[in-house]
Design a protein around this ligand. Structure first.
Ligand code: 5AD
Ligand code: SF4
Length: 431
């Protein structure tokens, strides 16, 4: 019996693609293994959003050469965003890779795998009929959460971002297909759905002859029996409006949490980044959300050292963060990506300055995170257990507790007594 291992290096979309790409192999009769050394086939989902992500992918691929060459029946598949950017080069540079599938080819993937593998694993399958429902473990590691890709690609052209180049224009899955998959995942035991897309809230579809925007899709999903929690990643601030805020507030399952990637607090840079909103507009969106969803927890992404960034621009980003008051933020040093518009401009912020600004930003974020966690002391949360003694609140806070650990997928009540770095600490509330 063959075994399969998948490694995802990028965002949640990439992890979901990795799980999807594992399925045709699982259907061929391979069994999942958590150990790459034990595997007969490995699928890697690569990321290229920053040079660092791509370097990690290349070093992982390189490090698997001895594994691949130890047995000629083994299979190494490299997929995802870096695969799309580097396709031919990758194949030449790493001849031990059996198949390179770019992020744009996810839909054709089952066919590509058939072509590449021929009858390779049929011989290993002992009982093919039993594998219809085979699935890779959820990218979160928790069986209670199902990832559901609702759209792919991005119609934006942020000057720093490679996603439109490697993922192409937006493609939306039909509403019916989304609802059907959601029902199936809930039947299989999921309690939480994570909707995925590069700009997930620009979703457009049709249901019973009526246009469906993202807000309506949330309402349709919210009506599904068995669904406890509905989340989505990653929204674009431009499509955060009253309609979405209302739907979020009115749907019982939608979690009071939103990722609002600001990128910068300087209007001059936001314009150069082609973000399609100003600092003021972004902050007003946050206010709108807080008005409709009191207690909503925000997170954000920020880039430092973008071409031409001055001390003043950077200070504007710091003050924007204070005003936005996210509970967490992912801060990145600008990394020029070919072929993006900004890669044509001089990368003129010296590495040491990028480093210094990043450190200052991270300090500010740590303070905001700590304040947001400590403000939860004394509150009771309904926590969805991911592993015994660990889970997440509806707001997305990680929580650890003393007392009965609970089973994955169970909802337990936890009273918060304190916090450690990025996690709430508490006591299981048995009442
Ligand atoms: N350099 C640095 N960070 C980037 N991001 C996207 N492109 C780049 C880049 N070229 C960040 C953005 C985005 C997150 C996924 O990665 O903050 O929101
Ligand atoms: Fe990385 Fe962007 Fe691709 Fe996600 S979509 S894997 S962040 S390049």
């Amino acid at each position: 019996m063959g075994k399969l291992h998948a490694i995802a290096l990028g965002c949640q979309m990439s992890a979901a693609d990795g799980a999807e790409l594992a399925e045709p192999l699982l259907r061929r009769g391979l069994r999942w293994t958590d150990s790459p050394q034990e595997a007969d086939a490995i699928v890697i989902a690569t990321c290229t959003v920053r040079q660092h992500a791509e370097d990690r992918a290349l070093s992982l691929i390189g490090s698997l050469k001895p594994w691949r060459e130890a047995d000629e029946r083994r299979v190494l598949i490299v997929s995802g965003c870096a695969a799309e950017r580097l396709k031919g080069w990758l194949q030449e540079r790493f001849p031990h890779v059996d198949l390179v599938v770019g992020a744009k080819s996810v839909e054709d993937y089952p066919k590509l795998v058939e072509q590449a593998l021929g009858r390779r694993f049929d011989a290993l399958a002992e009982n093919l009929e039993a594998f219809g429902a085979a699935r890779a473990p959820s990218p979160t590691g928790s069986p209670a959460t199902a990832f559901l890709t609702i759209m792919r690609g991005c119609n934006y052209s942020c000057s720093y971002c490679i996603v439109p180049a490697v993922r192409g224009r937006e493609l939306y899955r039909p509403v019916e297909a989304i609802l059907e998959e959601a029902r199936r995942r809930l039947d299989e035991g999921a309690r939480e759905l994570m909707l995925l897309g590069q700009t997930v809230n620009s979703y457009r579809g049709e249901h019973k002859g009526r246009p469906v925007r993202f807000a309506e899709l949330l309402r349709l999903l919210d009506a599904l029996p068995g669904l406890k929690r509905l989340r989505f990643m990653s929204p674009h601030p431009f499509f955060v409006d009253e309609r979405l805020a209302r739907a979020m507030a009115e749907c019982r399952s939608v979690c009071p949490q939103l990722h609002l990637p600001a990128q910068s607090g300087s209007d001059r840079l936001l314009k150069l980044m082609r973000r399609n909103y100003t600092r003021g507009e972004l902050l007003r969106k946050a206010q709108l959300l807080r008005r409709h969803l009191p207690g909503v927890v925000l997170s954000t992404d920020v880039i430092v050292g973008f071409p031409t960034e001055t001390d003043e621009d950077f200070e504007m980003t710091l003050t924007m963060l204070e005003e936005l008051a996210p509970a967490s933020a992912y801060c990145f040093k600008y990394s020029p990506r070919q072929p993006t518009e900004a890669a044509l401009w001089p990368d003129d912020c010296p590495p040491s300055l990028k480093e210094e600004r990043l450190a200052r930003l991270n300090e500010a974020v740590d303070r905001l995170t700590e304040a947001s966690l400590l403000a939860q002391r004394g509150r009771r949360f309904e926590v969805l257990v991911e592993q015994g003694g660990f889970g997440r609140t509806p707001e997305g806070y990680k929580a650890r507790w003393n007392g009965a650990a609970g089973l994955p997928g169970e909802l337990v009540s936890v009273r918060v007594t304190g916090a450690s770095r990025r996690t709430l600490l508490g006591e299981r509330d048995e009442r």
